[in-house]
Design a protein around this ligand. Structure first.
Ligand code: ADP
Ligand code: MG
Length: 390
């Protein structure tokens, strides 16, 4: 597909594309539903993502087309834009809305997108398309924004233009990812460290449950609210700005302030998950994948029972993984309610894992999952010809 993209661009716009940009998707290894609580997360960029081909036009318009979707948009250069229904092009349009504030001199641009990442499956295709657009505009129109500013711009698109109250993790991971490294990101201070992610005899398997995440948006926003409620209660006794500022012991001393059982469960997950990320970093540094795997299972268990963002499909994947001796850990990744799980599977056992999982999952859920193995790749950048046509 990659090599056809230039032909597709030519066919569509009757000229050659001049630039090709790429932004990856991401998986979060551990630290789920933590980013909007100011805690630690551990995502990495994957090698699937979003391509964006561009060429300038003299018509003072932006033209948007995606190989993955039918709708197209042609819109004049303006000082601001508005969300247009639920169309895919709201994501890049939102980026441009914030980019043109400050009225950068702009020329028209013809754009073609293509994602080889499963879309709407929790691998953050949305952050991928936002960040690739922000990066491309910054390069092409000399916006002068730092990469972090582009990340914050992309987050603003998701939060204010699209209306999902997501944290900083996804945009950060797809922008700053590094090959074979996991990013230990403090979502409060935005300090991060790219830590070696040596998986030894194991590979990273991504399992798409193929369940559309229909409820995800509203439930996500509900969880954000529940965490805010928990924080307000704890602030009656504690001088904190987010839930992840406290450890499990401190939480235990003050959790009586949270009287609603559901809210208490949510906060219990957040505080313990933040600690699991610290332990996971230690396990990774010591090449202790068994411990890392144990923490992945514990994370899933907490997301299932306390945070209630899993579901029969994600649980079925993790249940099966726990019975396979060639798997050292598995968990849901991303917001949940469907989407993807990840598993660390022995390199020579991916086929038997896929076969066993597919049988178990299909018998239980009624349709098959999709299994990918992914490398840990780099963050957003411009691609040069060899990389595009290979
Ligand atoms: P996720 O980020 O988990 O993949 P979201 O629902 O947050 O799922 O974002 C998916 C949306 O992002 C798509 O419905 C579409 O609007 C937009 N999108 C992502 N990738 C592309 C693409 N390649 N082309 C067009 N739109 C895309
Ligand atoms: Mg998304």
């Amino acid at each position: 597909m990659k090599n056809n993209l230039h032909q597709e661009f030519q066919k569509l716009y009757h000229k050659e594309a001049q630039h090709t940009f790429f932004s990856p998707g991401r998986v979060n290894l551990i630290g789920e539903h933590i980013d909007y609580n100011g805690g630690l997360v551990m995502p990495c960029a994957i090698t699937l993502g979003t391509y964006m081909l561009t060429a300038p036009n003299d018509d003072q318009v932006f033209r948007f087309k995606s190989v993955n979707f039918n709708e197209t948009l042609e819109i004049p250069i303006q000082n601001s834009y508005q969300k247009n229904g639920d169309s895919w092009f709201n994501y890049p349009l939102g980026v441009i809305h914030y980019f043109v504030k400050g009225s950068q001199p702009l020329q028209g641009l013809d754009m073609l997108y293509y994602g080889d990442i499963p879309i709407g499956s929790g691998l953050s295709s949305s952050a991928s398309i936002e960040v690739v657009t922000a990066f491309a505009f910054n390069e092409l129109f000399k916006g002068g924004f730092s990469k972090l500013e582009l990340v914050l711009m992309a987050k603003k698109v998701e939060n204010e233009f699209i209306g999902v109250n997501s944290g900083i993790m996804d945009q950060f991971a797809v922008a700053f990812g590094e090959e074979n490294k996991a990013l230990m990101l403090d979502c409060d201070t935005l300090d991060y460290e790219a830590v070696d992610c040596n998986l030894g005899d194991y590979l990273l398997a991504i399992i798409n449950t193929n369940k559309p995440r229909k409820l995800a948006e509203s439930k996500y926003n509900e969880r954000v609210k529940e965490c805010q409620t928990a924080l307000k209660k704890l602030q009656l006794e504690l001088d904190i700005n987010n839930l992840c500022e406290i450890d499990v012991q401190t939480f235990d001393l003050h959790k009586h302030l949270i009287t609603d059982a559901t809210v208490l469960n949510r906060a219990t997950h957040v505080v313990a998950e933040n600690e699991r990320v610290k332990l996971a970093a230690k396990a990774l540094a010591g090449n202790n994948l068994k411990e890392f795997g144990r923490l992945m299972y514990a994370s899933h268990d907490s997301l299932k029972n306390l945070y209630e963002v899993s579901g029969a499909e994600l649980d079925a994947v993790v249940e099966y993984a726990a019975t396979d001796k060639n798997v050292t850990g598995a968990r849901m990744t991303g917001a949940g309610f469907g989407g993807c799980a990840i598993a660390l599977v022995k390199k020579d056992s991916l086929d038997s894992f896929t076969q066993g999982l597919t049988e178990y999952y299909t018998a239980k859920i009624g349709y098959a999952p999709s299994v990918y193995s992914s490398l840990i790749g780099n963050g957003v950048g411009e691609l040069h010809e060899e990389a595009v046509t290979k």
